[in-house]
Design a binder for this molecule. Structure first.
Ligand SMILES: Nc1ncnc2c1ncn2[C@@H]1O[C@H](COP(=O)(O)OP(=O)(O)OP(=O)(O)O)[C@@H](O)[C@H]1O
Ligand SMILES: [Mg+2]
Length: 256
């Protein structure tokens, strides 16, 4: 059944019977095999699975960047036919424009939409720069930022237009362990305060368990869902909690 947003809250995702295939050296390459995935508005779900199984492919379909060979993707009951500013995207590489400072990179969405200089946009850009702790770097260029700071700017940029859904493809994958752990806390705080639906691809089982209401595990390519674990632990979570350890053990058992 498709989530039709009965509760007045936007950001429901329904992936129904989605199959995707590419061609590789002329031969068909099946990538997703009838994937069904429904995500309730305002929840945070992590997707985990072997490298090359099709996780980024699925995220791109939810983003509307590609169309599936078969099946449908719905957002709030409507079929996704292309990208939409209500779905924000954050990738592993920050993808900031190198010639724009932090303030203008964060303001890219409002600039493209033609209201960068409205009072409300200026307030929102300031608010997001503050929220990610870059207030002292608003005039810095991307080349002057650390990897963690660049990823904070990417998060602020994705959230500045108040998207209902944030799609994250290994957003912290290239950061060192310490920065990564700090940004996990910041991402959780952004999710709590901004109220978006989060769908995050990660290779890190602990990261998935720290942040998510559900962890969905995929098979090797062509990907189908092999398990879907609700994570009913209080937040903020600790990795040495016995229930956390038990879930980690179960998920790792499916991956290796
Ligand atoms: N545009 C494309 N054209 C052809 N093949 C593609 C295309 N995009 C992805 N693929 C292939 O689809 C398969 C799944 O790729 P995808 O990037 O979705 O995997 P992934 O699960 O995100 O992997 P990783 O964990 O390594 O990021 C791979 O075999 C990849 O080569
Ligand atoms: Mg990927």
């Amino acid at each position: 059944m498709v989530n039709e947003n009965q509760h007045g809250r936007a950001g429901a995702v329904d992936v129904i019977g989605v199959t995707q295939a590419f061609r590789n050296h002329g031969k068909p390459l099946p990538v997703l095999d009838e994937v069904d995935l429904s995500v309730k508005p305002g929840t945070f779900v992590s997707l985990i699975g072997p490298s090359g199984c099709g996780k980024s492919t699925l995220l791109r379909l939810i983003a509307g960047l590609d169309m599936p060979v078969d099946g449908k993707v719905y957002v709030d009951g409507r079929i996704v036919t292309g990208p939409d500013p209500r779905r924000g995207l954050v990738f592993q590489d920050p993808t900031l424009l190198p010639w724009l400072d932090v303030e203008h990179n964060v303001g890219l969405g409002p600039t493209v939409q033609g209201h960068r200089d409205d009072d409300e946009s200026i307030r929102r850009i300031d608010e997001m720069i503050d929220m990610v702790g870059l207030d002292n770097f608003r005039h810095a260029l991307p080349s002057e930022l650390s990897g963690g700071m660049a990823q904070r700017a990417s998060l602020a940029r994705a959230l500045v237009t108040r998207p209902e859904i944030l799609l994250l493809d290994e957003p912290l994958g290239k950061l060192d362990a310490l920065t990564r752990s700090t940004l996990q806390g910041e991402l959780e705080r952004l999710w709590r305060t901004q109220g978006f639906t989060g769908i995050m691809v990660t290779h890190d089982v602990d990261e998935a368990l720290l942040l998510s209401d559900r962890v969905v595990v995929f098979s090797p390519r062509p990907a189908h869902i092999v398990a879907d674990f609700p994570v009913a632990l209080d937040r903020p979570r600790t990795q040495d909690d016995p229930q956390f350890r038990e879930l980690r053990h179960k998920i790792l058992g499916l991956l290796f």
